[in-house]
Design a protein around this ligand. Sequence first.
Ligand SMILES: [Zn+2]
Length: 259
Amino acid sequence: MDTLIRLGVFVGTLIMMMLWEARAPRRQLRYSRWQRWPINIGLSAITAMLLRLSIGGIAYFAAILASEMEFGLLNMLILPQWLSLVVALISLDLALFGQHLAMHRWPLLWRLHKVHHTDLDFDVTTAVRFHPVEIILSLVYKVIIISLLGAPALAVLIFELILSTSALFNHGNIMIPVRWDKRLRWLLVTPDMHRIHHSSTQTETDSNFGFSISIWDRLFGTYIGEPALGQKGMKIGLSQFRYSSAVTLKKLLLMPFKP
Ligand SMILES: [Zn+2]
């Protein structure tokens, strides 16, 4: 709660100062805001992400605790260290694939997750567009899975790094030559593959749930290779939120709790 208050006051003051500066500047600025603001705001966003990562440390702590208490499947089995690591990484990725699927299938969870899908464009910033309650729920789920699995702490650390890197990558509005995309896609979820998940067409929204490796969608029959309207013709976002002015930050935060 205190974090929310601090963040609220910080953002509120920042916005007020920006408005003030715009109305009554003390000096003429020499450089375009467009040049400097993305850098400055980007830096503060990184700090915010690091804070999120430190709270994310709970998952790492759960792994250490489970190992000390010899709790969880992998802590009971005597496996070579490398094998425990591989099994844990694959199981965690599958668990998150399952979570994402549940987010789409269960109406109550969809209320939270649809916030991510209301983005009408698709770029790297879409990767951090999640309702805070979904982030907290994901963390609780991850702690439960890690404990039951008895995942090694190192695996949890590696997994978190893979997850954040691949989420930023697969939401990228970046051009990868089609033949490279095809090759990459045999192993990884590429931006062209994940973009289809952000399509306005329901069947396409309910496809390509994977985050890092592409195998789960092929295995569970939720893989779509190309959007019906093509990568350039497809519409992004949910059709009921087509008018971007209708979606404000406040509305997004309240969205899951509205009927
Ligand atoms: Zn989704």
